[in-house]
Design a protein around this ligand. Structure first.
Ligand code: ROI
Length: 161
């Protein structure tokens, strides 16, 4: 059993509802329990000209292997109407594996810790709600240092889930 953190994001078709459906689906994955959910946060897209995003982070305890979990997450994205028209395009649902126990994963389909974690306030702040204050990532970086270098700017914290 490993503790896994998943980043959720949506900017189409009622984003908060997309996140709630995704959380239900995560809780129904085999060999997996949903151990926690952050608040929801809204922010502007990092790319101009897209609707605002709603983001959150979920904690899972799972016995799934990383690539099996990745397949399951992509199936949930597809079930919720994700169309892969353009890279970085607006989406009904994005599910990213942020951290997977204390593993470092470097495979063509999956890099963990997520490679853009440190640049994304909408990932770091919800993640910080769920982890121990002194968390270190598998690559040795302290989450507290990443937070200190990534100001809470442009994020709007919404009422819980
Ligand atoms: N911007 C925000 N605020 N949240 C996201 O989840 C997000 N995802 C993306 C891009 C387009 C980079 N911008 C985002 O893929």
């Amino acid at each position: 059993m490993e503790r896994i953190y998943i980043g959720l994001g949506s900017n189409l078709a009622d984003p908060a509802e997309q996140l709630r459906s995704a959380l239900t689906a995560l809780g129904q994955l085999p060999q997996t329990t949903l151990a926690g959910v952050s608040a929801f946060y809204q922010s502007d897209s990092l790319l101009p000209g897209q609707p605002r995003y709603t983001n959150a982070v979920a904690a899972l305890d799972s016995d799934l292997a990383p690539l099996d979990l990745l397949d399951s997450l992509q199936a949930i994205e597809n079930d919720q109407g994700r169309e892969r028209l353009e890279r970085w395009g607006p989406r009904t649902l994005d599910l990213d594996i942020l951290l997977f126990g204390d593993r470092l994963i470097d495979e063509p389909r999956l890099k963990v810790p997520h490679y853009q974690l440190q640049e994304r306030a909408f990932v770091l702040y919800p993640l910080a709600e769920l982890v121990p204050e002194d968390l270190r990532l598998a690559d040795g970086r302290a989450l507290a240092d990443l937070l200190a270098a990534c100001p809470f700017v442009g994020l709007e914290r919404l009422a819980h889930a």
